[in-house]
Design a binder for this molecule. Structure first.
Ligand code: SAH
Ligand code: F3S
Length: 436
């Protein structure tokens, strides 16, 4: 097998994992292609967090099945969380697959590929609480060395009642700070201007006496021109020390993603989130006091088990109090074997879930609009990422708050920081002018 193609779904950690898989395959002498029709090996790195994510993958597998019918010599493998969740059942359900590999098994890919070459079908799904892939540096595309990810903590021990991630990604484990710093130093040598530290819950990062606040400070000190981002924060564990480090370093992006999920204490308890609405609002207050210019984003689930109209109103009310700059909003999707699936009834009717979700989205749209409107007239330091989708003469980049800004300027500015003044905005983008 010479050429591989890889398609990635789900979170940023999957994007990072896929880059590590690329490295593993390149070490075998294989070469990546962006066209699956050129590939000897087709890989799909999957997400299991909602049923919809799995359905999309099933659709793709259908396409690859048709392709394989005409090209019987190619191999198809499924990586990631959906594989971990369904294990060898997936081999039964999807005859197109030659193998299934869970998130902690990528080191075994050379053996797996050898086996499938000999006609075996393989499900490799053991979780390994020590696997950090620490020395496997991800493949970083030469054409876009501006902003990159670095995983700092794998797995999750939180066990939120609705969530499949602890089952698919296993126990929490932190990478040693030295190897994180080494990896980022190498990115700096390659010209990177921005790094995003990744974890399901970065606030739980912990290696010997280094906690997340310390790690963040060490990364920020590497280079004042490196912008440092991180996701995801967790309300129960987010400490003021982290906020104080953010306030101290200009190059730490002023953006916190702090999923709330619900504004009702009764639902938060059922979700086993480990915090109350009051606690969450106190964390928001701390962010606004210590790092006032921070953009705050969240995740919200509509229609969790037994959610009443009153619970839903509490969520809308919390949104009104916080006025999030942006949010990712979902309707509850029951995941087999989670605590919620085993103990509660998914009893909010679909049409009610949809209606509540729409109310949440509508309110958030208003808040995002207000947030963007407040930015008009302000000047931001923007890291230019690429030309905008609309026109070659327009560039797009992000400010420290993570907001996308589009402005007219020459392509030669890609990869640089520039000052841009915002004069208008659309639903998802700020429109700006380059400051001379
Ligand atoms: N801590 C993680 C959360 C991963 S899941 C992180 O790094 O973002 C991302 C979001 O998906 C969650 O915050 C939650 O809002 C949503 N989600 C998770 N399980 C869900 C489910 N069963 N149904 C609907 N939304 C879900
Ligand atoms: Fe999932 Fe909660 Fe962990 S949402 S990833 S169990 S923090």
């Amino acid at each position: 097998m010479k050429k591989f193609y890889i398609e990635t779904y789900g979170c940023q950690m999957n994007v990072y994992d896929s880059q590590q898989v690329e490295t593993i395959l390149e070490n075998l002498g294989m070469e990546k292609t962006d066209d699956y029709r050129q590939a000897d090996l087709i890989l799909v790195n999957t997400c299991a967090v909602r049923e919809h994510a799995e359905q999309r993958v099933r659709g793709r597998l259908g396409l690859f099945k048709a392709w394989k019918k005409q090209n019987s010599n190619i191999k198809v493998g499924l990586l990631g969380c959906m594989g971990q969740r369904l294990k060898d059942k997936l081999l039964e359900q999807e005859p197109v697959l030659d193998f299934v590999a869970g998130p902690d098994t990528y080191r075994k890919l050379p053996i797996i590929l050898d086996k499938i070459q000999h006609g075996e079908r393989v499900a490799e799904v053991k979780l390994d609480k020590n696997e950090l892939y620490d020395e496997i540096l991800p493949h970083r595309d030469e054409t876009s060395r501006i902003s990159g990810f670095v995983t700092i903590i794998r797995g999750c021990d939180n066990m939120c009642a609705f969530c499949v991630v602890p089952f698919t990604r296993g126990r929490e484990r932190s990478r040693p700070p030295q190897s994180i710093l080494k990896e980022i130093e190498q990115m700096l040598e390659q010209g990177y201007k921005e790094v995003t530290l990744l974890g399901q819950n970065v606030d739980k990062y912990h290696y010997e006496n280094t906690d997340f606040a310390k790690l963040l400070e060490m990364v920020a000190r590497l280079d004042p021109n490196l912008r440092v981002r991180f996701v995801t924060s967790y309300p129960q564990h987010m400490k003021n020390e982290v906020l104080e480090v953010m306030a101290k370093y200009d190059n730490i992006a002023k953006n916190i993603h702090l999923p709330v999920q619900s504004g009702s204490n009764r639902i938060l308890e059922l979700m086993r989130r480990g915090y109350t609405r009051e606690w969450y609002l106190d964390r928001i207050k701390a962010i606004r006091q210590i790092v006032p210019e921070t953009a705050i984003g969240t995740d919200i689930i509509a229609g969790f088990c037994s959610e009443t109209e009153e619970d839903h109103q509490q969520t809308l009310d919390l949104m009104e109090q916080v006025k999030f700059d942006y949010a990712y909003m979902f309707k509850y999707s029951e995941r087999p074997n989670t605590y919620a699936a085993r103990n509660y009834k998914d009893d909010v009717p679909e049409e009610v879930k949809i209606r509540r979700l729409n109310e949440i989205i509508e309110l958030q749209n208003r808040h995002s609009y207000e947030s963007n409107k407040r930015d008009v007239g302000k000047t931001f330091k923007v890291l230019v990422e690429k030309t905008s989708r609309r026109s070659d003469r327009q560039l797009m980049g992000r400010n420290s708050q993570g907001k996308v800004i589009v402005f007219e300027a020459d392509k030669s500015l890609i990869g640089q920081y520039v000052d841009v003044e915002v004069y208008d905005f659309t639903q998802a983008t700020l429109l700006g002018r380059l400051k001379k």
